[in-house]
Design a protein around this ligand. Structure first.
Ligand code: CA
Ligand code: CA
Length: 120
């Protein structure tokens, strides 16, 4: 890459997502948080063929979900993929929606919402 190239923000490669998954992002949403712990706990003690087997929870890829996998999620709690790779976080969908809808619409909807709320 030469100087002046625009770094594509929030563009992460499949490999980066895979690497981040291995750090404990069981559900693959870019955050390592309580949801991932919960998923790993649900799959705890499982291996291929058992009812609660979840390959995504087998973070170290040893064919079973055990304390090692739980420990990986626990150790990396609070990480998110965007900060981890130093890229800009995607703008939430509702912000794009608000921009697309135009400020007037947002204000109108906001006023209507508060009017309704006050009435109830
Ligand atoms: Ca996650
Ligand atoms: Ca494992």
């Amino acid at each position: 890459m030469t100087t002046g190239d625009v770094v594509p923000h929030y563009q992460l490669t499949q490999l980066e997502w895979q690497a981040f998954h291995a750090l404990g992002d069981v559900n693959g949403d870019g955050y390592i948080d309580r949801k991932d712990i919960a998923l790993a706990q649900k799959a705890f003690g499982s291996s291929p063929g058992t009812v609660n087997w979840n390959p995504a929870a087998d973070l170290n890829g040893d064919g079973k979900v055990d304390m090692k996998d739980i420990a990986i999620v626990g150790r990396n709690q609070g990480l998110n993929i965007w900060d981890y790779y130093g890229v800009k976080k995607p703008i939430p969908k509702w912000v794009w929606y608000a921009i697309g809808a135009g400020v007037t619409t947002v204000v109108t909807v906001g006023v209507a919402y508060y009017a309704l709320k006050r009435r109830s």
